[in-house]
Structures are given as structure tokens and as C-alpha cells.
Design a protein around this ligand. Structure first.
Ligand SMILES: C[S@@+](CC[C@H](N)C(=O)[O-])C[C@H]1O[C@@H](n2cnc3c(N)ncnc32)[C@H](O)[C@@H]1O
Length: 434
């Protein structure tokens, strides 16, 4: 393999710019954002730093090529043209994972099978024997992505996707992916120096990711990577990663800021507690029962309040009207917290108007198949609450989806945020040379 590798890291759509910025911090060069991922150039050393340290990337792929692959025969021929003998031996196991978009093939399994057959046949011809397939724990993971008749083939440096940090031992309904939680914290410019509160913490993902940042802990410290088992590059990768892991452990630091989670569900708190323990952040993160539509005992001095309220589709909601009332009450409760920055990921289009606070930053992003908005706010403090109290009775939240009244505009402060928030919308194309 060449001295510098041209790699592609995948990420949730709408977070490409955040991943690009993180990759730049990790030493990547020639960074180019694409839809759902970022291309970059890295030495083996830098590529391994990305595997160990990227909080946002889901996979790190080493592209082998892009081919025209019409029909079943085209698929086979395209896959057979790759020099697999450079990447696999007869003693290493492999598996093929296929994804499809706009193709005439009905099943990804069929595409994976064709690619697998081509690999096996080529290696039998070149090496006189074939490697075994191991779909559960392969040494070499081949990723096939077919869009119409264009087949991309890559090797996955990570194996298990990077969101599997190893701490999610007890999920709840609708947990965020760990990598998406990290992207949200990066969008909120969280660097580990502020208190964090998640008033609806569910299984605790946002808090745990904040804890890892505050602890300066490498998100991949507790796992291994497929590249460590690759023929050729494996031994060098193992050696480099052993040093990187030791460095990472040495450079961890004590968490000096409060990290607090609330939820009204016992089941969610139980799951969060187990996950926090598995993440070895039991002393750093405090969890309590609480209702976010009522004042919560948050620490003085402010910080980052970040959360992912129920969207109303999967969690049972009492209908859209019930959700609007819930969001309105949430807005009433959270906006009066003096000195707090609020960041909310919502997948319910009714959230923004019902929450009734003017965002100072926003971005569209995808939480799996759900299109969401990430909204940034600055809480107004008790002064706001007093003014609201004086002007009661206030409007019915379910009817309050039109433009804000002029008085609110002045009360709610600046429309454009000063220095501590990320740009209003992600850039979609662009190249950076570090
Ligand atoms: C979408 S889930 C949060 C998922 C979380 N980010 C995770 O990664 O696991 C929403 C959470 O809000 C909680 N919740 C709903 N209403 C609440 C309320 N009034 N006060 C506190 N928590 C509430 C639910 O119990 C659920 O755990």
C-alpha cells in the first residue's frame, strides 16, 4: 500500500463539515466533504489516529476502486478485476457487506454474494486455494456500495463501526448513535470545559460522549480495529496502535465539570446508569429522576444543556397536539436557566414553534432515517420568566406556530450568535488542505 492512503470516512448526513474539522485536527490532509462522508489523505499512522480518536466518523474505508458493473455478470467481472491477492491470503478470513441505492438488484445479499464469488475465484486462480468467509468476525471486511450500475469496493479499517464504543450495554427506546451524539457536541462547540446537563438523558449517550471529551479519553480505547489483522499491514498497525493507546491512557485527565442527567423514566435511568458504568464514567456522571417540564436542580454558573426530546413518533405522545404542549412547557422550563446554552436535536417539525424560543443556530441532519433539526439557543434567565409571569395568561401553545410577536424578538436577544456557536448551516462542498 502507498505511503499515504486515500481514505473515506462515513458520517451521518448533515455532519460532514463537523467530521471534516475533526479530521483536520487529527492530522488528515486534502480533506474533501462528500455526501455522507469525507475523503482525506493520511499516512498509516494518521489513519490509525483517526480510527482511535474520531468521535464522529462511523467507518473509515480504504477505497479500492469504482467500476461500471451492469447486471449480475458486470458485478462479478468488476469485483474480479481487483487484485485481491494484495489484500488477502488463504489464511485470512473475509466478509462482504453490500449496500444498494437505485439499482435493479432487489437484495444487497445478492450483490455481496457476487462480489464474494469473484474474490474467491480470483484467489483460487492466483494462490491455488481460497480464503474462508467469516461473516461474524472477519479479518478483512470488504464493503461493496452499488449506486445504479456503479460499484465501489473498499476495505474497512475499523471492522465494527466506530459508533460501537463498547459502553452501550443497555439500550432504551430511540437511543442516539454515539457518533451522532459526538457530532452534536462538536456542533455545540463543547470542549470539556463546561458543565453539561441532559434533562431527558434516555440511555445517557450525550452525557457519556461529553464525559469522554471532558476526560480526554479516546473513544476507541476499549476496542480493536480490523486493520490490526490485515495481512501485510497488520503487525505494523498493532505496534503503532499499542503506542497510541498507551499515550492516550497517559494523557487522560480528571473531569472537573459537573455532568448531570435527568429523565422521568426509571427504565431509562437504569439503562443510563449501566451504560455510564460500562463507560467507566460512574464517578463523573450523576443521574436523577426529574421532569424536564418543571425546574430542574442544575448547577449554578451555566454551561451546556443538550438534549434529544421525544419526537412523538416512536415514543408514544398523545398525538401532535400533545407533543406541541409538551414542547411549549419544555421551552418555558428551560429558557429561564440563567447562563446556559441550549442545544436541542428534534425530529418533530412542530418542535421549533412550540418551544417558542428563537434559535441562534441551526443545522439539518439525519438521525438514521429521520430528518432532524439541531437548534442552538441561549437561555434568557429568570428575568424572562418574570416578564412572562406578568404578562399572563399567555397564548395557547398549540396555536402558537406563526411568526413571533415583536416583543419576543427584543426579549429573546440577538438573532445571530457571537463566537461560541458553529455556523448556521453546514457547508456541503469544499476542500481544505491542512
Ligand atoms: C429520544 S429519548 C432520548 C434518547 C437519548 N438521547 C439516548 O441517546 O438514549 C427521550 C427521553 O426523554 C424522556 N422524557 C420524556 N418526557 C420527559 C420529561 N417530561 N422529563 C424528563 N424526561 C422525559 C424519555 O423517558 C426518553 O428517555
Amino acid at each position: 500500500m502507498a505511503e499515504r492512503l486515500l481514505l473515506f470516512a462515513t458520517t451521518a448526513r448533515g455532519t460532514e463539515d463537523l467530521l471534516a474539522a475533526e479530521l483536520k485536527d487529527l492530522g488528515a490532509k486534502r480533506i474533501r466533504q462528500d455526501r455522507g462522508g469525507v475523503r482525506f489523505l493520511a499516512s498509516l499512522d494518521e489513519a490509525l489516529q483517526v480510527c482511535l480518536w474520531s468521535r464522529i466518523a462511523m467507518r473509515v474505508l480504504y477505497p479500492l476502486g469504482e467500476f461500471d458493473a451492469p447486471g449480475a455478470e458486470g458485478l462479478y467481472e468488476a469485483a474480479a478485476s481487483v487484485p485481491w491477492e494484495e489484500h488477502l491470503t488463504t489464511h485470512h478470513t473475509f466478509a462482504v457487506d453490500a449496500t444498494l441505492k437505485d439499482t435493479t438488484h432487489a437484495h444487497s445479499g445478492f450483490v455481496a454474494l457476487k462480489v464474494k464469488d469473484a474474490i474467491v475465484d480470483r484467489l483460487r486462480e492466483k494462490l491455488g486455494a481460497r480464503p474462508d468467509v467469516n461473516t461474524r468476525d472477519p479479518d478483512v471486511s470488504v464493503v461493496a456500495h452499488l449506486v445504479r450500475d456503479k460499484l465501489s469496493l473498499s476495505l474497512d479499517l475499523c471492522g465494527d463501526p466506530l459508533h460501537r464504543r463498547g459502553y452501550r450495554v443497555r439500550p432504551t427506546a430511540a437511543p442516539l448513535k454515539e457518533t451522532l451524539a459526538a457530532a452534536i457536541l462538536r456542533a455545540a462547540n463543547y470542549t470539556g470545559e463546561e458543565a453539561v446537563v441532559d434533562p431527558m438523558c434516555g440511555s445517557g449517550t450525550l452525557l457519556i460522549e461529553a464525559g469522554l471529551i471532558a476526560r480526554r479519553r479516546a473513544p476507541g480505547i476499549a476496542r480493536s480495529f480490523a486493520v490490526e489483522r490485515w495481512p501485510g499491514m497488520g503487525p505494523r498497525a498493532r505496534e503503532l496502535l499499542a503506542d497510541m493507546r498507551a499515550d492516550a491512557r497517559r494523557n487522560e485527565r480528571k473531569v472537573e465539570v459537573p455532568l448531570l442527567g435527568f429523565d422521568k423514566s426509571d427504565e431509562a435511568l437504569e439503562a443510563a446508569s449501566r451504560n455510564v458504568k460500562a463507560a467507566k464514567l460512574f464517578e463523573e456522571i450523576r443521574l436523577s429522576e426529574g421532569d424536564a417540564t418543571h425546574p430542574l436542580p442544575v448547577p449554578e454558573g451555566g454551561g451546556l444543556l443538550v438534549t434529544n426530546p421525544p419526537y412523538g413518533d416512536r415514543l408514544g405522545s398523545g398525538g401532535q397536539k400533545g407533543m406541541k404542549t409538551f414542547y411549549f412547557k419544555l421551552g418555558e422550563s428551560l429558557r429561564s436557566l440563567q447562563g446556559w446554552r441550549l442545544w436541542v436535536l428534534s425530529g418533530n417539525p412542530a418542535f421549533e414553534s412550540a418551544f417558542h424560543l428563537r434559535p441562534i443556530a441551526r443545522r439539518d441532519l439525519w438521525n438514521g432515517p429521520i430528518e432532524c433539526e439541531l437548534l442552538g439557543y441561549r437561555a434568557q434567565g429568570p428575568q424572562w420568566a418574570m416578564e412572562r409571569e406578568e404578562s399572563r395568561p399567555h397564548a395557547n401553545p398549540t396555536r402558537n406556530s406563526g411568526p413571533r410577536p415583536a416583543r419576543s424578538e427584543t426579549t429573546l436577544g440577538p438573532a445571530h450568535e457571537p463566537s461560541d456557536v458553529a455556523p448556521m448551516r453546514p457547508q456541503h462542498e469544499g476542500e481544505e488542505d491542512a
